[in-house]
Design a protein around this ligand. Structure first.
Ligand SMILES: [Zn+2]
Length: 153
């Protein structure tokens, strides 16, 4: 191999390394918004519904602020969580304004979808009556005389 060919090779390798450095620097910059795993503290990509390193998954919860469940927290660890006035629901609310099967929260692709299950008095989120809603952090859900705040993790 001649000296000039060697120099060209070194320049090409240097350019490739520089390119990789730029790509790494960019991905670090965008990772500032990414969330950390609650298990191993590594960065989780937004598309992951659970950590691919250790299997940890965020558990959303409802924090009850009004009604018979006030000051209690309910982890939404099941695929479907139901709220109603009779046994068989995940949350049983002894409240005359709550229907037997009032509302349900279902996990869909890592999000939580609240649905009215045909209640008499409806389901309210942030004061608006909704048949169905994908829950956002801080949403206040009202069922009968009970209010709960949705916390995603
Ligand atoms: Zn992890």
């Amino acid at each position: 191999m001649s000296t000039s060919a060697l120099i060209v090779l070194i320049v090409v390798v240097a350019l490739v390394l520089l390119g990789i450095l730029v790509i790494v620097a960019r991905s670090n910059a965008t990772s500032a918004h990414q969330k950390l795993c609650g298990g191993c503290r590594r960065v989780m990509l937004p598309v992951w519904t659970r950590c691919l390193f250790c299997g940890w998954a965020p558990v959303a919860r409802l924090e009850f602020i009004l009604g018979p469940m006030a000051n209690q927290t309910l982890p939404l660890s099941e695929e479907v969580t139901t709220i109603g006035s009779v046994a068989g629901n995940t949350v049983v609310l002894a409240d005359p304004a709550v229907s037997r099967k009032h509302a349900g929260i279902r996990k869909v692709n890592g999000e939580y979808e609240l649905a009215d299950l045909g209640s008499t008095n409806g389901v309210y989120v942030n004061g608006h009556k909704v048949p169905k809603k994908t829950l956002e952090p801080g949403d206040i859900i009202r069922v009968g005389n009970t209010e709960a705040v949705f916390k995603p993790e």
